[in-house]
Ligand binder design. Structure first.
Ligand code: NOJ
Length: 550
């Protein structure tokens, strides 16, 4: 079945889309102040539409001191003045919808900025008072000792002393991000109001940031608690109450067994990231062995039919290695982050193209896996042109540099003075905007951008990728990743050569005997499948998508 890419009335639309993740700040500056803004993003919607994606995930754009790139919110229901006005945002949503593109925003409910008026009021309020109880306080810093510290490179404790409150407050992330107290019904009500506010403006769904950490209970690691799931169910009821076809995406960096709880009984989140799959894709590539992927998928439980994994290669954070063993982490660090400054917390702060030494074959191979594994793929802005990173920038800003549009000043991102840009664009001979930009890749028919458009459009024509079942195919060669996706009358055999050398494999395909596979990019027929093992050869890092149609 082929897909109509307009905003169709389908509660399962999120299974069919390809998501493009971006920060408005980094995309296009329309008023020359050095920061991307909503009018600029609206101007670039044609580009996003032509790329073939049909859902945008926007990183936080709310008023904020920007100490955690906007995940430190100081006002939940406004637009940061650097990024435009509420009217600009409404125009953007309208224009995106007109093009059949949905928009998901961030619901960062675990914590606020310490500059939020709720926290300012809480710290000044009387100890034990209603206002104080909007956050989590303690007279000492010894409670909840089993909760891990997430930002290991910058925080020593989950408690910070507040002079004016004369108490410690709880925070799972930076110390300037106090955690809200969800035991307080007023906080829950406030968050429901925030959600309704953005729904009324027309957003199509929310990424629920840092969702495992909403409650604290002594004797637990304060993650994935039953209270958290009860709260998500409450949010979901509100989401479904007055609106149709809206979405929750859970950001729960946990093992699959814990993550699936966030689907609930189809009454919590529609989607959740498959965090553990991502590093294993990179591991498989480096080890030239399909085993890490096969292993994690074997440990991935089935999910309700109306739920979906969100899968990705890179995003705005470090390539997280929290969900791998210490040995695997060491392996990944050695393989992909030889220099100390490429690492942060338990992860790697590099972009996709530099991770694979700018190898076009490997970038293509990884994207073929991203776009064919079970789940909805997310492409991080700039990765469609193979943008580089700047590991000399602090925090995770290495992967958040301005979008490279052209050879013009500041890479065509902004006409502001260079010194006033929110971050310097890349300017070196390999990754710099003079060498690598959208304009030149549009002119070059062999560019990564053109290739990405082709593969995205191919995926978009076949519902099997978003909705199909998934099964590994037994292969005589461990270097070949082989799986089949099936939906209604469509079967697609996906094969990836993880090796840098040519390979051949014998595949067990007897149940498809009699079918002639057709390669989906070029429509060439391959030799027919028989009861015998199917012999197939591969070039270095090559892949096939073969349509098996009776
Ligand atoms: C997860 C976000 O992806 C990350 O960028 C942020 O720093 C933390 N949540 C804290 O909000």
């Amino acid at each position: 079945m082929t897909i109509d890419s307009r905003l169709h009335d389908d509660p399962l639309w999120f299974k069919d889309v390809v998501i493009y993740q971006l920060h408005v700040k980094t995309f296009f500056d329309s008023n020359d102040d050095g920061y991307g803004d909503f009018p600029g993003l609206t101007q670039k919607l044609d580009y996003i539409q032509e790329l073939g994606v049909d859902c945008i995930w926007l990183l936080p754009f709310y008023p904020s001191p920007l100490k955690d790139d906007g995940y430190d919110i100081s006002d939940y229901t406004a637009i940061h003045p650097l990024y435009g006005t509420m009217q600009d945002f409404r125009t953007f949503i309208k224009q995106a919808h007109k093009r059949g593109i949905r928009v998901i925003t961030e619901l960062v409910i675990n914590h606020t900025s310490d500059q939020h008026k709720w926290f300012q009021e809480a710290r000044k309020a009387r100890k034990g008072s209603r206002k104080r109880k909007w956050y989590v306080w303690s007279d000492d810093n010894t409670k909840f000792p089993d909760a891990r510290i997430i930002f290991l490179d910058s925080e020593k404790s989950n408690w910070t002393w507040d002079e004016s409150a004369q108490q410690f407050y709880w925070h799972r992330f930076f110390h300037h991000q106090p955690d809200l107290n969800f035991d307080n019904p007023e906080v829950r009500k406030a968050m429901l109001r925030v959600m309704r506010f953005w729904l009324s403006i027309g957003v199509d769904g929310f990424r629920l940031d840092a969702i495992p950490y909403l409650f604290e209970r002594e004797g637990t690691n304060c993650e994935n608690l039953p209270e958290t799931h009860a709260l998500i169910k409450e949010l979901r009821r509100e989401l479904d109450k007055d609106y149709k076809n809206k979405l929750f995406l859970a950001e729960a960096n946990q093992l699959p067994g814990d993550v699936i709880q966030y689907f609930g009984n189809s009454d919590e989140c529609h989607m959740a990231y498959h965090f553990p799959l991502m590093p294993r894709i990179f591991m498989a590539l480096h080890q030239e062995n399909a085993h890490p992927i096969i292993d994690i998928m074997a440990r991935t439980p089935h999910i309700p039919f109306d739920c979906q994994w969100a899968i990705f290669l890179r995003n705005h954070d470090e390539l997280t290695l929290e969900m791998v063993t210490p040995d695997e982490r060491d392996y990944m660090w050695k393989a992909y982050a030889a220099q100390e400054r490429m690492r942060i917390n338990l992860g790697i702060k590099r972009r996709l193209a530099p991770l694979v030494d700018n190898s076009m074959k490997q970038i293509e191979l990884l994207n073929s896996i991203l776009l064919s594994m079970p789940g909805t793929p997310i492409i991080y802005y700039g990765d469609e042109i193979g943008m580089g990173d700047n590991i000399y920038l602090g925090d995770r800003n290495s992967v958040r540099t301005p979008m490279q549009w052209s050879v013009d000043r500041n890479g065509g991102f902004s006409k502001a003075q260079f010194a006033s840009l929110f971050a310097p664009p890349l300017m070196d001979p390999i990754w710099g905007y003079q060498a690598l930009n959208v304009e030149s890749q549009l002119l070059d028919k062999s560019s990564l951008l053109h290739w990405m458009k082709t593969i995205i459009s191919l995926r978009q024509q076949h519902q099997v990728f978003g909705r199909g079942s998934f099964e590994f195919i037994s292969s005589s060669n461990q270097k070949i990743l082989a799986y089949i996706r099936s939906h209604e009358d469509e079967n697609v055999l996906c094969l990836a050569n993880l090796s840098r050398y040519p390979q051949f494999a014998e595949l067990e395909l007897s149940k498809f005997a009699g079918i002639t596979p057709v390669e989906m990019f070029g429509q060439s027929a391959f030799h027919a499948i028989t009861e015998e093992p199917y012999v197939i050869t591969f070039g270095p890092h090559s892949f096939y998508w073969l349509l098996l149609k009776r």
